[in-house]
Design a protein around this ligand. Structure first.
Ligand SMILES: [Zn+2]
Length: 384
């Protein structure tokens, strides 16, 4: 069986040549770096196509009928002028690799959640502000690149929960904190130059490079302080923003040693969720005591227990530790999240030689006003 491959890159084509039709059983076509501004309708009838490379052309949209290419496994439309992706992309059920980087996209269609064979997704260099939680339903996703989306504030925690995700790139975004729920199976992470991030969850330690210390001195983006959970680290007086959803944290060691009933419920639901995901189970949705809870389950855990052989999911309440490396020039703060005091003390006794604990306290709103890390243009006027 010979497959037909056409190499038509760098040929200054303004249109996809009709000659394409002459080739039987055409499977792969390279049309990189031409001047093609539209994918013609007739191309969508060549259903033998598995591979289309159209990087570096002038495409301003993808045809809604693109789903007709039902055997498509690879689509690269990077470095074009796309502003929107058709929802029908979600019907390309065999798609394994999708590259839409270097366009002007602002939203990823929720419908891509049906791409259960998708292994690589590159959405770098666009204008995404958020990513749909439903991306976490692309269960085969192995590599995700969201770098250079300058307005991207937050990665849905659940994405870090994807069972096969091994590689995550999120350089030069506007992340306000790094997702601390990373799976322990992750083996490649790059999250450099997110200027608002001022601490690194311990789970990143194995990806840590001095690079993190040499972050560009750029003014961090202003973050509205209300409604977030902040901690002030007392050695350098830095404010740390904890993951959205954090309700209560305990110090280590701490007199209290329990999780809340609420977290117990979330854990129980999480087990159920493995069989029928909450997002697919309307009945379960209605049973939940409050919508906030289903939000937590849909978003996934806030973090995982830092004790590697535990790694259990943490939802709203956890034991929290801030540490620095001993004898290192680096002033980098690392944070640890634990499920129980027991896990925390176990981790600490195994890592005492390398790290020491730094004190912190929870910030209330008054305390936040004194923060001089930010430019002070969001000062509240106090009433006397
Ligand atoms: Zn634990």
């Amino acid at each position: 069986m010979n497959k037909t491959i056409l190499h038509w890159s760098y040929l200054n084509f303004k249109d996809v040549p009709m000659d394409l039709f002459l080739y039987e059983d055409l499977e792969e076509v390279y049309l990189k770096e031409n001047y093609i501004s539209a994918i013609p309708k007739w191309l969508l009838n060549i259903t033998t196509l598995k591979f289309i490379h159209l990087a570096g052309n002038n495409l301003s949209e993808l045809p809604v009928d693109i789903y007709m290419l039902e055997n498509l496994e690879f689509l690269d439309v990077s470095n074009n002028e796309l502003r929107e992706l058709p929802k029908t992309l979600g019907l390309l059920l065999r798609l394994q690799q999708l590259n839409v980087s270097g366009n002007q996209l602002t939203e990823l269609p929720v419908e891509l959640n049906t791409l259960r064979n998708l292994e690589q997704l590159n959405i770098a260099k666009n204008q995404f502000r958020r990513l749909p939680i439903q991306l976490s339903e692309c269960v085969r996703l192995n590599e995700l690149n969201v770098s250079d989306n300058e307005a991207l504030l937050h990665l849905p925690e659940r994405i870090a929960n994807l069972p096969m995700l091994q590689s995550l790139h999120a350089d030069r975004c506007a992340l306000i904190y790094l997702p601390a729920a990373l799976s322990k199976f992750m083996n490649h992470v790059r999250i450099f130059h997110n200027t608002s991030v001022n601490y690194i969850p311990m789970i990143y330690e194995r990806f840590y490079q001095n690079f993190y210390d040499n972050r560009q001195k750029v003014t961090p983006i202003p973050i509205a302080k209300k409604g977030f959970f902040w901690v002030r680290e007392l050695e350098t007086n830095k404010l740390l923003l904890l993951p959205v959803g954090t309700r209560k944290i305990y110090a280590v060691p701490s007199a209290e040693n329990r999780v809340t009933l609420y977290d117990d419920c979330l854990h129980a639901l999480q087990t159920l969720n493995r069989h029928v995901p909450v997002y697919e189970n309307a009945a379960l949705h209605r049973m939940l005591p409050e919508p906030y809870m289903s939000g937590h389950i849909n978003n996934g855990p806030i973090a995982r227990c830092t004790t590697t052989n535990c790694s259990s999911c943490l939802y709203t309440t956890y034991y929290f530790m801030v540490v620095k490396r001993r004898g290192s020039a680096s002033k980098q703060l690392f944070t640890c999240n634990f499920c129980t005091q027991y896990c925390a003390l176990q981790w600490l006794s195994g890592n005492m030689k390398k790290y020491y604990q730094v004190d912190w306290k929870v910030c209330d709103d008054d305390d936040l006003d004194d923060d001089d890390d930010n430019n002070g243009d969001n000062d509240k006027t106090r009433q006397s």
